[in-house]
Design a protein around this ligand. Structure first.
Ligand code: LLP
Length: 447
């Protein structure tokens, strides 16, 4: 039971003192993921889509504690790879709640999933190409299949994540019925699937509606074919993908989830009795449940701008560099006055609320110009030692982290009912070379 369940949690809503304590205890950069907020987001989705199958797109945040929270909340798991299937199984999702969406699946992934399916015959594989179906059959797989369709219409916060309409994903809409009917001769075809893209804005609702309507029409034709020679397919569900956007700008209004749910139900109708609607949000579940904490180590005034150097960069949070994505940043303070000298023995700087807002670029430690968390943004005048909270970082944050520039990946703390536990330890310099040292041992024998 969720008491007050606001549709969005802003970076300003986090308890600053708590975040400062966590940064002191665990060091920075540090991801903090609040499981209570993850649960609230699940509750809101289930309330908005009471009759639908709600599947969590695991790729948005794969942490064990998050997966367990989502499992307990009652969502299924939508997995994009063997690795995600493996994580979902380890987190206790049983086969009937596993959906593997295969996009040009590597042989190793198909081998793994075909093997998992022997013990978990209730799992479903979503395939978006006839070759994928053939490759499943070659592995003796004859279980549950969902056919992914390219709906010919897409949406998303950036062209790089607008999947609907991109030829890479799904079988072309006008071929979908034929592919599904052919697949039904070899597999148990239980669903059809399409995904518009990620980060769908409220003003892109028309594209979403169009996609859903096309899927509804296709479902009706498969269940009750207009071509009298075609065998009907007993579909269980129509999966219209994920992509529900969350506000990143502090002032942006939250997505009206009930309006999206309403539009979806209307556009897909009428679905025959027994056929469910399915949705698979990732971002919506975890985005505003996470912040990235980073420490200011350098403040450099230049004639053009003031550059605030921090210890988190594009290796920790790739989204700004990759998509020019906006993340809200809040100065939590704690630093020393600029004229306080080296070593942090200066006087404590005033609380951020008492400082003047200054336009700054917040830049990370990576040797690329694109490595900035924001540009020309007004922040409460940062000083060395301040802690910054980068908001709405719970989705595609840690997941897209890399070791580029030989930077160990950050640590992550999970908050559960207020209690903090290390969910992922900080990587060490030793972690950076472990695979090459192991390769050397394989090659040359133990040192
Ligand atoms: N279903 C499928 C088949 C997907 O490909 C995706 C996301 C989702 C569901 C979940 O979409 P969501 O509800 O999270 O928007 N790295 C990018 C996002 C890539 C999303 C890829 N697919 C970013 O940071 O914005």
């Amino acid at each position: 039971p969720v008491g007050e369940n606001p549709p969005v949690r802003r970076v300003s809503d986090w308890d600053a003192a708590r975040l400062r304590d966590l940064a002191t205890e665990h060091g920075t950069p540090l991801y903090v993921q609040d499981l209570d907020r993850v649960r609230e987001n699940c509750e809101r989705l289930l309330a908005a889509f009471p009759d639908a199958d709600v599947r969590y797109a695991v790729k948005a945040h794969t942490g064990r504690a998050v997966l367990e929270a989502v499992r307990d909340a009652g969502l299924d798991a939508e997995c994009a790879s063997a690795g995600e299937v493996d994580r979902a199984l380890a987190a206790g999702f049983d086969g009937s709640r596993l959906h593997y969406t295969a996009v040009n699946p590597p042989a190793r992934d198909l081998d793994y999933v075909a093997e998992v399916a022997e013990a978990n015959p209730d799992l479903t594989v979503t395939a978006g190409a006839v070759d994928t179906l053939d490759r499943l059959a070659e592995r003796g797989y004859d279980g549950r299949v969902c056919v992914r369709v390219n709906p010919g219409v897409g949406a998303g916060h950036h062209e790089k994540v607008t999947t609907g309409g991109a030829a890479k994903f799904g079988v072309p809409h006008d071929r979908a019925a034929a592919v599904a009917r052919e697949a039904a001769e070899r597999f148990d075809v239980v669903g059809i699937h399409a995904h518009a893209g990620s980060g769908i804005d409220p003003d892109q609702l028309d594209s979403h509606r169009e996609l859903v309507a096309r899927m509804g029409e296709l479902a009706r034709d498969l269940i009750d074919p207009s071509d009298r020679d075609a065998d009907p397919i007993d579909l269980e569900y129509v999966d219209v993908g994920g992509g529900f956007g969350v506000p990143y700008e502090e002032a942006a209004p939250p997505l009206d989830l009930s309006a999206v749910a309403e539009a979806t139900r209307e556009a897909v109708a009428p679905l025959p009795a027994g056929v469910d609607l399915a949705v698979e949000p990732g971002r919506y579940v975890v985005a505003d449940a996470g912040v990235l904490l980073t420490r200011v180590n350098t403040v450099k005034p230049t004639p053009d701008e003031t550059v605030v150097g921090v210890d988190a960069g594009m290796t920790d949070l790739l989204r700004p560099a990759m998509y020019d994505a906006y993340h809200p940043i809040r100065n939590l303070g704690g630093g020393r006055d600029r004229d306080g000298g080296e070593g942090g023995d200066g006087t404590a700087a005033p609380a951020p609320a008492e400082r003047e807002a200054t336009p700054v670029t917040v830049a990370g430690p990576i040797c690329e110009t694109g490595d900035a968390l924001c540009r020309n943004r007004a922040l409460a005048d940062p000083v060395r030692g301040d802690l910054l909270a980068v908001g709405v970082a719970g989705a595609y944050g840690y997941e897209m982290a890399s070791q580029y520039n030989s930077r160990p990946r950050p640590a992550e703390v999970a908050l559960d009912d207020g209690t903090a536990t290390t969910a992922r330890r900080r990587e060490t310099l030793g972690d950076l070379t472990v695979v090459e040292r192991e390769a050397a041992t394989d090659r040359d024998g133990p040192a």
